[in-house]
Design a protein around this ligand. Sequence first.
Ligand code: C5P
Length: 308
Amino acid sequence: MMDAPDGGPVVVERAAAKINLALHVTGRRGDGYHLLDSLVTFADFGDRLSFAPSRRDAFTLSGRFAGDLPHHDDPETGNLVLKARNLLRDAAGQAGGEVGPVHIHLEKNLPPASGIGGGSADAAAVLRGLSHLFDTKLGWHTLAQLGLSLGADVPMCLASRPLIARGIGEVILPATGFPRLFLVLANPLLPVATPAVFAALENRHNAPLAIDETLPVHPPDWLLLVQKSRNDLQLPASRIAPEIHGVLDALTSAGASLSRMSGSGATCFGLFVDLESAIAAADRLSHARPDWFVAATATLAEGEDDHV
Ligand code: C5P
């Protein structure tokens, strides 16, 4: 916790970009949500949120993508940050605590609707940050439940470390021994609507990831697993946004040993041997395509702490 210029406490949380290295769609629930088996890691960059107690609630935005987001808390169309604040406030109140008036600032660095979980990571950061600032004493499982009611990806963003996500995303297993990866993320800045991509799936009953239940004790060769897996949403998303083919080709041409889409797109990642080659490739790509969002990242290894 830091101090605000007026002497009050400020909590700062990073909302790291989520990267689905593999995403297998293995079935569908009665309510229409899809069952997944996904290998997920997190970038060392993302949005950034700060929380400071204030006389009245306030919400301010800055950053490259601030203009693309709503400022209000309408239950349907409002900003997920404010929905998460309201939800946490209610839950803390019911548990005998209090989330008081707060100024939330969101530095929006991640493109919205882009398959790297920006909105979900923001909501998770609100749950973590406000819970810490107001000492709500709500445990991880309660926060994860609240998060799940905001979106299927929010619990994994609460964890924000290498993991396997199952169910609709709420069953989380740590990816024991998962290495640091060097990636380039590229997005043509075409928002892709997640429900449309799931609806365009032809096959909803695909094989799960090739890992067994001894995972916590005998971790697999993670890189081999990434190579042998896929993103089942890549094909339907590419039909909706054919530019995705161009993004994958551009990453491969820039030297990636593997290129794949994350989440429901349109962000794709390319895998590089080290940070220098990832940064060099990202530089070339962003010069060639100044209209795209391009970023190099060293992801967190499993067990490593995130530093804001
Ligand atoms: O939970 P979230 O709001 O992120 O999901 C957006 C939409 O994506 C859902 O309404 C659903 O159509 C689709 N979805 C799905 N299966 C998942 C996650 C999302 O079908 N596991």
